[in-house]
Design a protein. Structure first.
Lengths: 304, 539, 307
C-alpha cells in the first residue's frame, strides 16, 4: 500500500512539474500583462516600471529560475490583479469549490448507487427506462445551457431561487443541481452495468446453492464486487469537479477555483494560475490516494 | 425398489432466447439415493446440467421455463415448494459444487468466511461453524488449515480451490451432493486426487452423489449408475458396466467408440532422416524456468507427441521452436539449419514449411475473414498461386479434403461449429503444403465424438501426404492412438521419451507412471482393476 | 454415422451495409437518431449556401421577435435575434461551423490517437511507456488552459479550435487503441498469422485494425457529442469561435444577456445541441452492439429460429 502511494506520488509529481513548466512558458506567451493592467493611456515609462516591479523585464529563463526558487520556499508570488499573495487568493477560492465538489459528489454517489442498483434489479422496468433516459439527456445537454434554462425557469419566471452569487443555502441549489447531472448519468450507468454483471457472476450461483438468503446475496456478495468498477469512475468524476467547474461557477457567479482560473488566465495573472494548478493537483492527488485505499479495502486481490 | 431420496420425473425445460425457444431438456427422469453415485453423461449442449440446476432452483426464469415434470425430494415436489422452503434445503440437504472454483468463489471474501457462511446462512452459530470449517478443511487435505481459512480464493491452486469447495459443500452433511464437472479444469493427477477424495467422503458420510460430466473415464472411475444425455434427452441409463459393455442407443455406442486410447499403438519408422533436431533448448521468465535443456529429434513422417500437465513447459517448447518466444539458449535445427538464429529472410521460407494448429479454433481464426480469405492468406504472404481461378479451385479442394464443402468458402468462422472450425484451421495449415504441423492441444477443446473425427482427419493427412506432426497434448488416450513417439514433460524438463509403446507399456520415470495411473480409462472394469492393484500394491 | 461436418452451417447472412441498415431499421431509437443526424449534416452542408444572406440580414423591425409567429415569414418561426436576424436561418448556418469543428477535431484526434496507439501497443515496452507518459501529460493538462493558450497564440478560428480540441481528445483514442492492441495481439489468430510468416504491416492492418475499428468508430460517435459540447462551452465563454462566424454555443452565449426578455435566443441553439448530442449517444449505444459480432445476434432478425 505504502509502495503504491509512493509510486503514485512520484508519477503525480513528475506530471505536475512538466505541467507547471509548460504553463509557465506558455502563459508568458499569451501577451503582456503590463498592457492589460495599466490604463490605456499609460506611458511607456509606467509600463516599464510595472515590468521591472514584477520582474517581467528579465529573460523568461531567469524569471523561471526565480519562480522555482520561490516555489521551493512555498512562496507563490503576488497576484498582479489583487495585490495579495497568490496562494491566499487561490485557497480562498478553493474554500468555495471544495464544499461544492464534495456536496455534489456525495449526492451523486448516493443517488447513483441506489438508483443504479434499483435499475439493475428491474431491468427493462419503468425505473430502468427512466434512469436511462435521464442519464442520456444528462450526457447530451451542455451544462451552460441547463444552467441558463434553470435560471430562466426557477430564478426569473418562478422567482424561487436567487440567480447568482453566494450567501444563503438557496444559492447552492442550482449550481449543485447542474453539476450533479452529468456525473450522475455516467455513474448510474456504471453501477447498473456492474451490478448486472455481478448478479450474473458464478459466485452468486454458489451462494444460491448454499441457501444464502436474497438480501445477503445482494448486499454482501454482489454489492462489494459491483463497487469495484464504480469506484474508478467516481474517482474520474470527482477529479473533474475538483478541477473547478468553470462554466457553472461563471454563470452562477460562484467565487470558486474554476472562475478564478479563467479570470486569471484572461487577465494574465500568472502567479494565481500557477498556484491554482498546484492546489488543484494536490487536491486531486489526495483524492486519488483515497480512491486507491478504498479500492484495496474492497478488493483483496489488489493488496499484494 | 423403494422411493428414491431425490427423483426427477419427466422434467422438460425450455430456454426462451432471442433466436427462439430451445428445448434444453425433454422428459428427463433420473433418481439418486443415499450412498449411491449417479453420473449424468453428455457432450456440450446436451442439457446435462439443466436438470441439476432445476433441482437447486438455479435456473434463471425467464429465460428458462420449466414446462412440465416434478422433482421429488423425500416425496415433496421441489418445483412446487416456496422459494424460502427451497432455500432452506439448498446447502443443508442438497449441496452443489461447480466446474470452475475460482469463478464460483467470491473473490473479495476469505475462503474461511465463505465456508462458515454455509452454516450461518442456515442459522447455525458462527463459533460452531468455524470449528467445523477447520475440521473439514483439514479433512480435504489443505495444508496449514488455520491460515488457509484466512486466505482469499486467488491464493490457492485450482485443485485446492476445488477441495475448499468440497469442504464448503459438506459443512451441513448434506444428503446429496451434486458435482457439476468438478474435475474438468484440473490436471489428470489432480483430477485423480479430487475424485478419490469425493469417493472417500461419500463413504464416510453416506451421501448420494450426482456427478455431471462429459468424461467417460470419470464415469468409469466413480459412478454406480449413469444416464446418457444427448440433445436434451436421456437416451440411455443403467449401471455403468452394463452401459459401457452393452450400449443400446446408437449415440452411446458412438460416444464409447469415440473414446480414445483403445487402438493399436503405432510403431515409429526407423530409418527416416531427421527433420527437426532440438538441442538443449532453454527458456526462463525471470526466476521461473519454463524450459530446461530440452533435446529431441523428430524424423520425417513421424508423429511426436509432447505430453505434460499445465505448466510443464510443453507449449513453451513449441512457441520457442516457432520463434513466438525468444529462446535463452540452445538450438532447433530444421533440416540442419538453426531456427533460433535464422535471419528473418530464411525464417520466412521456413514459415511455409512448418504450420501450426491451435487449441481453440474459435480464437485462432480471424472472425472478420471469410473461410476463403483465411485459407488463402498464406498464399498472399508467401506470394504463391497468383491465379485467382487456381486459388478458388485449390480452396475448394482443401475444404473437401478436411471434410467441408466448397460452398463454405464464403462463410465466416462464427457460422461453424467448433469441430468445423478446427477443420478450417487444418485446411489453412494444409494450404501451404507444410512438412511439419505443430498441433498445440488441437483437439482438447472439442467434444469427444468431434475429437475422434478430427484426429482421424489428421491421421489420414499423414498417410496421404507424409506430413510430420509435433503433437502437444495432455490427453494420454489421444496421444496413445495418434503418436509413434512420446516425450513426457514436467516442470520444464523432458523426463522421459521414446516410442509410444515403450512409454505407455514400460514407463521408466516415476512421473510417467503417475501420469499413466491417473489417466482414467473409459472401461469401468479396467478402472476397478487398477484401483484394486493400487490398493494391494506396496506403496 | 453422420459426420458433423456434413450438416450445414447456418445459412449465409446479409453482410456489409445492407445488413447494417436492416439492423438499424429494427432499432427505432437508433434509426430516428440516424435520420436526425442525416438531416443536420445535410443542413450543415448546403444550408449556408442558401441561407447565408438571410441569416446575416438585419431587420430592425424583427428585433427579438417572439417565436411561433409566422407573420414575418417561415424564417422567423423560431423568433428573431437582437439584431432582427431570423433564428432558424442562423441555426442552420451555425450547424456548419459546429459540425465542422467537431468533425475535424474528432477525425484528427482519432487518426493521430489510433496511429500512436497502434505503435505503442505493437512495439516494445519502451516506446509504449514514452507514448503513454506523453498522453498522461496531455490528460493532466487542464484542457481549458490549453485552449486559452493556443487560441491566444494563434488567434481564435475554426482550424485553431479543431487543433485545440483534437489535442485534448487524442489520449482517449490513444489509450483505447493501445489497450485493444495489447489484447488483440495476444489473440491466437494473430499468433497464427505470425506463424504463417505475416509481416508486421499485414498483422497491424489486416488482423488488428479491423478488429478494433468498430470500437474506435463507436467511441468517435460518442466523442463527437463530447467535442461539440466542449466547443460550445469554449464559444460560450468567449474564447472559442468569434463573430461573425457562428456556432450553436456562441448563439447561446449571445442570447444570454436577453434571458429576461427573449428566452428563445439561448434556448433554440441549446436545444439543437441537446438533440444532436442525444442522437449521437443513441447511435453510439446501438453501434456498440451492432458492430460487435459477439453481440450482434441480439439485433439480428428473429426469423432464423434457434440453432
Amino acid at each position: 500500500m505504502i509502495g503504491l502511494i509512493g509510486q503514485r506520488a512520484i508519477a503525480s509529481l513528475a506530471s505536475l512539474v512538466v505541467l507547471m513548466v509548460m504553463v509557465f512558458f506558455l502563459s508568458r506567451l499569451t501577451g503582456d500583462p503590463a498592457a492589460l493592467f495599466l490604463p490605456i493611456d499609460a506611458t511607456e515609462e509606467m509600463k516599464q516600471q510595472f515590468r521591472t516591479l514584477h520582474g517581467l523585464d528579465r529573460p523568461v529563463l531567469e524569471q523561471f529560475v526565480m519562480y522555482v526558487w520561490d516555489v521551493l520556499r512555498l512562496d507563490f508570488g503576488e497576484s498582479l490583479r489583487r495585490a495579495r499573495p497568490a496562494i491566499d487568493v487561490v485557497l480562498e477560492a478553493y474554500a468555495w469549490t471544495l464544499p461544492l465538489a464534495l456536496i455534489t459528489m456525495a449526492l451523486v454517489v448516493v443517488a447513483a448507487i441506489v438508483l443504479g442498483a434499483i435499475a439493475a434489479f428491474n431491468v427493462g422496468g419503468i425505473i430502468d427506462r427512466g434512469i436511462s433516459v435521464v442519464s442520456l439527456i444528462g450526457a447530451s445537454a451542455p451544462d451552460f445551457w441547463i444552467a441558463i434554462v434553470a435560471i430562466v425557469l426557477f430564478a426569473i419566471n418562478l422567482g424561487w431561487l436567487p440567480t447568482s452569487g453566494v450567501g444563503t443555502p438557496w444559492h447552492w441549489i442550482m449550481p449543485v443541481a447542474v453539476l450533479f447531472i452529468r456525473p450522475f448519468g455516467l455513474i448510474v450507468q456504471v453501477v447498473r452495468g456492474s451490478m448486472l454483471s455481478a448478479l450474473a457472476a458464478p459466485y452468486v450461483k454458489t451462494a444460491r446453492a448454499k441457501g444464502v438468503k436474497n438480501r445477503p446475496i445482494i448486499f454482501v456478495h454482489t454489492l462489494r464486487n459491483a463497487m469495484l468498477p464504480v469506484i474508478t469512475v467516481i474517482g474520474d468524476q470527482a477529479a473533474a469537479l475538483l478541477n473547478g467547474a468553470v462554466i457553472v461557477e461563471t454563470i452562477f457567479g460562484f467565487p470558486g477555483i474554476g472562475k478564478l482560473m479563467i479570470d486569471s488566465i484572461l487577465q494574465r495573472d500568472f502567479n494565481v494560475v500557477m498556484a491554482a494548478i498546484l492546489v488543484t493537483a494536490v487536491a486531486i492527488f489526495i483524492m486519488n490516494i483515497l480512491i486507491d485505499i478504498a479500492y484495496s479495502i474492497l478488493d483483496p486481490r489488489i493488496r499484494q | 425398489m423403494t422411493e428414491a431420496l431425490l427423483t426427477v420425473r419427466n422434467l422438460s425445460v425450455d430456454f426462451h432466447t432471442a433466436r427462439g425457444t430451445v428445448h434444453a431438456v425433454r422428459n428427463a427422469s433420473w433418481s439418486v439415493n443415499r450412498g449411491e453415485t449417479l453420473a449424468i453423461l453428455g457432450e456440450s449442449g446436451s442439457g446435462k446440467s439443466v436438470s441439476a440446476s432445476a433441482v437447486m432452483n438455479l435456473l434463471d426464469i425467464p429465460p428458462a421455463e420449466v414446462v412440465s415434470g416434478e422433482i421429488l425430494f423425500e416425496g415433496k415436489d421441489l418445483l412446487k415448494v416456496s422459494y424460502e422452503e427451497h432455500r432452506a434445503l439448498n446447502g443443508k440437504r442438497i449441496a452443489m459444487i461447480f466446474q470452475d472454483p475460482l469463478g464460483h468463489l467470491n473473490p473479495v471474501y476469505t475462503v474461511g468466511w465463505q465456508i462458515v457462511e454455509m452454516m450461518t446462512a442456515h442459522g447455525r452459530p458462527a463459533n460452531k461453524a468455524r470449528a467445523r470449517a477447520l475440521e473439514l478443511v483439514t479433512r480435504v487435505g489443505i495444508p496449514d488449515p488455520e491460515k488457509a481459512l484466512k486466505k482469499y480464493p486467488h491464493e490457492f491452486s485450482g485443485g485446492q480451490r476445488q477441495r475448499l469447495m468440497i469442504a464448503m459443500a459438506l459443512m451441513l452433511k448434506p444428503d446429496i451432493l451434486i458435482a457439476d464437472e468438478p474435475t474438468t479444469a484440473l490436471d489428470v493427477t489432480i483430477q485423480a486426487e479430487v475424485l478419490a477424495l469425493l469417493k472417500e467422503l461419500q463413504a464416510e458420510t453416506g451421501m448420494g452423489l450426482v456427478l455431471i460430466t462429459h468424461d467417460l473415464g470419470v464415469v468409469a472411475e466413480i459412478a454406480d449408475r449413469v444416464v446418457v444425455m444427448s440433445q436434451g434427452e436421456i437416451v440411455e441409463e443403467g449401471s455403468v458396466r452394463e452401459v459401457y459393455h452393452h450400449p443400446r442407443h446408437p449415440y452411446t455406442r458412438k460416444l464409447i467408440g469415440a473414446a480414445p486410447g483403445k487402438g493399436e499403438i503405432k510403431q515409429p519408422a526407423t530409418d527416416a532422416p531427421a527433420l527437426l533436431e532440438v538441442r538443449e533448448l532453454a527458456k526462463s521468465y525471470g526466476k521461473f524456468t519454463a524450459l530446461k535443456d530440452a533435446s529431441f529429434t523428430l524424423s520425417r513422417g513421424q508423429s511426436l507427441a509432447v505430453v505434460g500437465e499445465s505448466g510443464s513447459g510443453k507449449s513453451t517448447l513449441a512457441r520457442t521452436i516457432l520463434r513466438l518466444e525468444k529462446a535463452d539458449s540452445g538450438k532447433a535445427l530444421w533440416k540442419g539449419k538453426d531456427l533460433i538464429t535464422m535471419s528473418p529472410r530464411e525464417l520466412l521460407s521456413v514459415r511455409r514449411e512448418i504450420q501450426m494448429v491451435f487449441q481453440d479454433p474459435t480464437q485462432s481464426l480471424n472472425p472478420r475473414m471469410s473461410v476463403y480469405q483465411l485459407i488463402s492468406e498464406g498464399w498472399d504472404i508467401h506470394r504463391l498461386m497468383p491465379d485467382r481461378k487456381a486459388r478458388r479451385r485449390r480452396v475448394d479442394e482443401l475444404l473437401e479434403q478436411v471434410g467441408l464443402l466448397p460452398e463454405h468458402a464464403e462463410r465466416y468462422p462464427h457460422q461453424f461449429s467448433g469441430g468445423q472450425r478446427q477443420r478450417i484451421a487444418i485446411a489453412r495449415a494444409l494450404a501451404l503444403e507444410p512438412e511439419l504441423i505443430i498441433c498445440d492441444e488441437a483437439v482438447s477443446a472439442l467434444d469427444v465424438s468431434v475429437q475422434a473425427q478430427v484426429m482421424a482427419l489428421l491421421d489420414g493427412l499423414r498417410k496421404k501426404f507424409g506430413i510430420s506432426y509435433l503433437f502437444i497434448a495432455h490427453d494420454l488416450g489421444v496421444v496413445r492412438d495418434f503418436a509413434d513417439m512420446v516425450l513426457v514433460m514436467k516442470s520444464g524438463e523432458i523426463v522421459e521419451g521414446g516410442p509410444t509403446e515403450k512409454v505407455f507399456n514400460a514407463p521408466e520415470h516415476p512421473y510417467t507412471r503417475r501420469l499413466l495411473a491417473a489417466n482414467l480409462d473409459p472401461d469401468p472394469d479396467v478402472q476397478a482393476q487398477r484401483r484394486q492393484m493400487a490398493a494391494t500394491a506396496p506403496s | 454415422m453422420t459426420d458433423i461436418s456434413q450438416t450445414n452451417a447456418s445459412p449465409a447472412e446479409l453482410r456489409g451495409a445492407p445488413a447494417l441498415l436492416a439492423m438499424l431499421w429494427r432499432d427505432k431509437f437508433a434509426f430516428v437518431s440516424a435520420v436526425v443526424l442525416l438531416i443536420i449534416i445535410i443542413c450543415a452542408l448546403i444550408g449556408p449556401v442558401f441561407l447565408g444572406d438571410l441569416a446575416a440580414s438585419q431587420n430592425l423591425r424583427g428585433r427579438n421577435s417572439p417565436p411561433f409567429d409566422l407573420s414575418r415569414g417561415w424564417a422567423f418561426v423560431l423568433g428573431g435575434d437582437s439584431l432582427g436576424r431570423p433564428v432558424l436561418a442562423r441555426l442552420i448556418v451555425a450547424a456548419q461551423s459546429t459540425m465542422m469543428v467537431a468533425a475535424g477535431a474528432v477525425f484528427s484526434a482519432m487518426t493521430v490517437g489510433a496511429l500512436f496507439g497502434l505503435v505503442a501497443g505493437y512495439m516494445g515496452k519502451n516506446v509504449s511507456q514514452l507514448v503513454m507518459r506523453l498522453a498522461d501529460v496531455i490528460m493532466s493538462f487542464p484542457s481549458l488552459l490549453l485552449a486559452v493558450v493556443v487560441l491566444y497564440l494563434l488567434g481564435p478560428s475554426v482550424p485553431n479550435m479543431i487543433l485545440v480540441l483534437a489535442i485534448t481528445r487524442i489520449p482517449i483514442y490513444l489509450r483505447t487503441t493501445r489497450a485493444e492492441v495489447l489484447e488483440v495481439r495476444e489473440r491466437m489468430f494473430v499468433q497464427a498469422a505470425v506463424v504463417m510468416g505475416a509481416s508486421h504491416w499485414r498483422i497491424i492492418f489486416r488482423h488488428i485494425l479491423p478488429i478494433i475499428a468498430p470500437t474506435l468508430v463507436t467511441i468517435a460517435t460518442l466523442d463527437f457529442a463530447f467535442v461539440m459540447l466542449a466547443e460550445s462551452s469554449l464559444s460560450f465563454l468567449g474564447i472559442g469561435i468569434q463573430p461573425p462566424n457562428i456556432t450553436w454555443g456562441l448563439m447561446v452565449s449571445q442570447g444570454r444577456p436577453y434571458l429576461n426578455t427573449a428566452w428563445w435566443l439561448a434556448f433554440w441553439p441549446g436545444l439543437m445541441i441537446v438533440i444532436t448530442a442525444l442522437s449521437l449517444n443513441l447511435l453510439s449505444n446501438w453501434m456498440r452492439v451492432a458492430l460487435d459480432p459477439a453481440q450482434r445476434w441480439r439485433l439480428e432478425s428473429r426469423k432464423t429460429g434457434h440453432d
